[in-house]
Write a protein that binds this ligand. Structure first.
Ligand SMILES: *Cc1c(COP(=O)(O)O)cnc(C)c1O
Length: 377
């Protein structure tokens, strides 16, 4: 396909896309349909028979996802976690072992700890910026290294190419959750990963109006196996949700530039501010500088004065909306210890109680800075 030679800013709009064959509509219609008329028994038109198995709107999104990540196959799911569950129960079998990040996304950790462990999947949380720790955690039964970079909410960075090397030496696969960076800033398949995972709820959707997930594989055979499980397990994206994600992706390249511009200004202000300690943003991390084009819209910091000060800051902003999730056009603020990461209290994933996490949106940066300054007191 010619698409592969196109620049990223062209692929977000045209990658894997064609005008609707029947009407010429320049964006895919929402094929809100469950079943398709057959011309005689077994005589499907264009292969569509039932929308869990395939749907033209979802197909358009899946082709676009493959193009964005430079993969052989894209698959769209009802949520990021549905994508993860399908992936894990396709690649792994009971008795296998997975190395996961010491500070994995809370829902990912819960899937391993409270769902898949009972199914027979073993896992070891490891700080993946320590490559020796990763090597030590590998067992003969390790089939997967699960990587998230940058991590949530501490913005730690793992070296994708190095992890892919470790995996190759031990016949394991590397999966990268690319939700925080998005394909606009980081291309894990190019760095040697086998599969990319997304919560399309976040930057790909980009407008806080849809929940969705995605898998993109480097290899067509694994893509085919995952497609089989996608249909067999049933966690598919509905046509309207697929359409919303595809619509969101068209502005991904331009939105990410603005998210990064605004985050850089917020980071510069926070680093100078007396009420703030320990601003977390991967701009000075050597590995991040090697594998990311820019450093994204997520920023965390600790409030001088402890948890109460952190809670006060979250209560005082007016443009930064107090809410979970991230990656939308609107700026959000949250207290991970009491909100997104409350379930991690007492575990290895526990986060500092004075931590505040920002998802920096694409509003006027002057307004964002003024809002934060006034909330910091
Ligand atoms: C939100 C998120 C998920 C889970 O995705 P859902 O769409 O909420 O199921 C997984 N990984 C990361 C990094 C996330 O931020």
């Amino acid at each position: 396909m010619a698409d592969e030679a196109w620049g990223f800013d062209t692929r977000v709009i045209h990658g894997g896309q064609q005008a609707d064959p029947r009407t010429g509509a320049v964006v895919p219609p929402i094929y809100q349909v469950s079943t398709y008329k057959q011309d005689g028994v077994g005589g499907t038109r264009a292969g569509y028979e039932y929308s869990r198995s395939a749907n033209p709107t979802r197909d358009a999104l899946e082709a676009n996802l493959a193009s964005l990540e430079g993969g052989a196959r894209g698959l769209a799911f009802a949520s990021g976690l549905a994508a993860e569950d399908t992936l894990l129960r396709t690649i792994c079998k009971p008795g296998d072992h997975v190395v996961i990040p010491g500070d994995a996304y809370g829902g990912t950790y819960r899937l391993f700890a409270n769902v898949l462990e009972r199914w027979g999947l073993d896992y070891t949380p490891v700080d993946q910026h320590e490559l020796d720790e990763v090597r030590k955690a590998i067992r003969p039964t390790t089939t997967l290294i699960w990587c998230e970079t940058p991590t949530n909410p501490l913005l730690n960075v793992a070296d994708i190419a190095a992890l892919a090397g470790i995996a190759r030496d031990s016949d394991a696969k590397v999966v990268v959750d690319n939700t925080f960076a998005s394909p606009a800033l980081q291309q894990p398949l190019e760095l040697g990963a086998d599969v990319v995972v997304h919560s399309t709820t976040k930057y790909l959707g980009g407008h806080s109006d849809v929940v969705g997930g995605a898998l993109i594989t480097r290899d067509a055979d694994l893509g085919e196996r995952l497609a089989y499980h996608q249909n067999a397990m049933g966690g598919v994206s509905g046509p309207f949700d697929a359409w919303l994600v595809l619509r969101g992706i068209k502005t991904l390249a331009i939105r990410m530039q603005r998210h990064c511009d605004n985050a850089e200004r917020v980071v510069a202000m926070l680093r100078e501010h007396d009420a703030v300690i320990d601003v977390r943003y991967p701009d000075s991390n050597e590995v991040a500088r090697k594998q990311m084009a820019r450093f994204g819209g997520m920023v965390s910091f600790r409030a001088r004065g402890g948890e109460q000060h952190a809670l006060d800051i979250c209560a005082r902003t007016r443009i930064f909306t107090l809410a979970e999730s991230l990656g939308g056009v609107e700026s959000l603020i949250e207290h991970p210890g009491r909100m997104t990461h409350a379930s991690a209290a007492g575990s290895t994933l526990e986060v500092p109680s004075d931590l505040v996490r920002l998802s920096v949106g694409i509003e006027d940066p002057k307004d964002l800075l003024a809002d934060l300054r006034s909330a910091l007191g």
